[in-house]
Design a protein around this ligand. Structure first.
Ligand code: BEZ
Length: 236
């Protein structure tokens, strides 16, 4: 029997992404195994044939090429069935023109989760918000299958897809160059040099004549990281 805890499990940053098999609009998947070596954005929406979700799918699908360049697989989920998913995506492609987007084809997999098996593993059902629909959850998972970012949005609020892209670019940059990223960082902005372990090293860094580095105090130093170096991480 299912306990309340199992219903409300929320994977945390640093956890292995919970595994599952599922039917999707692009065939069966074995998650996260099938996406080993890729970044993944697993996201849920409350229901097919609803306006906020439609605006989100059109926006996300329109950014497909940008996510391909980031070696990032998009995977959607709702607790609707496969035929509903297929009919909704067909309606989007054939009928909806919104904010200059039209003929939008969703080519990433959309999971059917009528049993809520996956939604429950990922804490997507938040009963005080809604007992029968998933909230707008987002999990950014790295190529080793580790959860790196978790976001939950309420049902009434569409997500900012530019921010989701910024998160993936930021994580890839942080991993590749061993840096942290300040508030509102964008490629080309200065990055944060991780604080060194000892006072002596921090003092040395403060006194550095490296023109690419700026120290605001012993615990807060930034350095330049050219936009080209961030863009070099893209898949060619
Ligand atoms: C929407 O995406 O627009 C929506 C989803 C669930 C309930 C109400 C609206």
């Amino acid at each position: 029997m299912e306990t309340q805890d199992q219903v409300n499990v929320m994977p945390r940053i640093g956890d292995k992404a919970p595994s599952f098999t599922a039917k999707t609009t692009q065939g069966d998947i074995n998650f996260p195994e099938d996406y080993k070596g890729k970044w993944v954005i697993l996201f849920s929406h409350p229901a097919d044939f609803t306006p906020v979700c439609t605006s989100e799918f059109m926006t996300f699908a329109s950014m497909q090429k940008e996510f391909d360049e980031l070696n990032t697989q998009l995977v959607g989920l709702s607790v609707d069935g496969l035929y509903s998913h297929i009919a909704w995506l067909r309606t989007i492609k054939e009928k909806i023109e919104y904010k200059g987007m039209k003929n939008v084809e969703v080519t990433f997999p959309l999971i059917e989760d009528i049993t809520m098996n996956v939604a429950k593993k990922y804490g997507m059902i938040q009963p005080n918000e809604n007992t029968t629909q998933a909230v707008r959850a987002v999990f950014v998972i790295d190529p080793k299958g580790v959860v790196r970012t978790v976001l939950y949005y309420p049902i009434a609020m569409g997500r900012n897809f530019d921010e989701l892209k910024r998160i993936v670019v930021g994580l890839q940059t942080s991993d590749a160059y061993g840096v942290a990223l300040p508030a509102d960082w964008r490629p080309g902005d200065d990055v944060i040099v991780p604080t060194a372990g000892s006072c002596g090293v921090a003092q040395e860094r403060m006194e550095s004549t490296d023109e690419d580095q700026t120290c605001y105090d012993w615990f807060f130093c930034t350095r330049k990281l050219a936009k080209e170096k961030v863009e070099a991480l893209k898949v060619k």
